[in-house]
Design a protein around this ligand. Structure first.
Ligand code: 16G
Length: 252
């Protein structure tokens, strides 16, 4: 399996082989990797080479060592694809995980200037406010505070229980809102005490703060969401295409 004739050093060959196994789930969640000695025997290499491969995997965040216990696969982050407009429920279902929510607050409020500007309504207009902790298989992953334009979905908050219901499903299927695009801004920051407690994260772990305005097919803003995602459990992913300016130099 490892090729001593290759220009790629043996330890890097072993590292990429182990990495593939981790990604394929061979060692399971929190699974234990073979020890240096076991790897050396199994792949017929020196213990030094096995150690280098383990160190390289550690540097890339794939594994952790536990003192006196060996090397373990670190829980992999959730890859959030930035190109598609999806809901938390859909994202989790696609990953085979069960989504649910804890509703922290649900009420009608008067839009302040910031909310009004994002929802394109007048200041003081009544809007819906839904604050939810989002969980996957019982693990808290995000806290979302959503503001809804109630002209487009009147009574939505009175009629549905969003601890078990998907907001996007109700908006689409009950209120006929075709959610076609969203504008999202992402920043990294340290969480507040309250955010740390809700998300079960320890001090020193950053969060990803996402602000999203989602539009319907008439380009009306339906929701304005301020959410906080766990920085230790999420990574954002997108595809970049070659930047090809037109002859006049404007963006394509
Ligand atoms: C996602 C959305 C949020 C939306 C929610 C609906 C962000 C960054 N994205 O989490 O805007 O309100 O899904 O989820 O917060 P649901 O349909 O599962 O209730």
């Amino acid at each position: 399996m490892l090729n001593p004739e290759s220009a790629t050093p043996l330890y890097l060959q072993l590292k990429s082989h182990l990495q593939t196994q981790i990604e394929e789930g061979v060692y399971g969640k929190d699974g234990r990797l073979p020890s240096e000695r076991e790897l050396a025997q199994q792949y017929n290499i020196s213990r030094m080479t096995a150690r280098q491969a383990i160190q390289a995997l550690m540097q890339d965040g794939f594994i952790d060592t536990r003192v006196g216990k060996g090397t373990y696969v670190r829980e992999q982050r959730i890859d959030q694809d930035l190109r598609h407009l999806t809901s938390f429920t859909e994202d989790m279902q696609r990953r085979g995980r069960t989504a649910d929510s804890r509703v922290i607050r649900v009420e009608k409020i008067r839009a302040d200037a910031d909310i009004a500007a994002h929802l394109k309504v007048l200041t003081d207009t009544q809007v819906g406010m839904l604050s939810r902790l989002r969980l996957a298989d019982g693990e808290p992953l995000a806290w979302e505070i959503c503001h809804l334009n109630l002209r487009l979905c009147p009574d939505i908050l009175d009629r549905y229980d969003f601890s078990s219901e998907s907001l996007y499903r109700v908006l689409r299927e009950v209120y006929g809102q075709r959610l076609v695009s969203a504008q999202q801004v992402i920043t990294a920051r340290m969480p507040s005490r309250e955010e740390r407690d809700l998300l079960h994260i320890t001090e020193g772990i950053p969060v990803l703060a996402l602000h999203r305005v989602t539009h319907n097919d008439a380009l009306q803003p339906v929701e304005y969401v301020q959410s906080v995602y766990r920085g230790d459990r999420y990574q954002l992913q997108t595809t970049l295409n070659l930047y090809a300016p037109t002859e006049r130099g404007s963006e394509t």
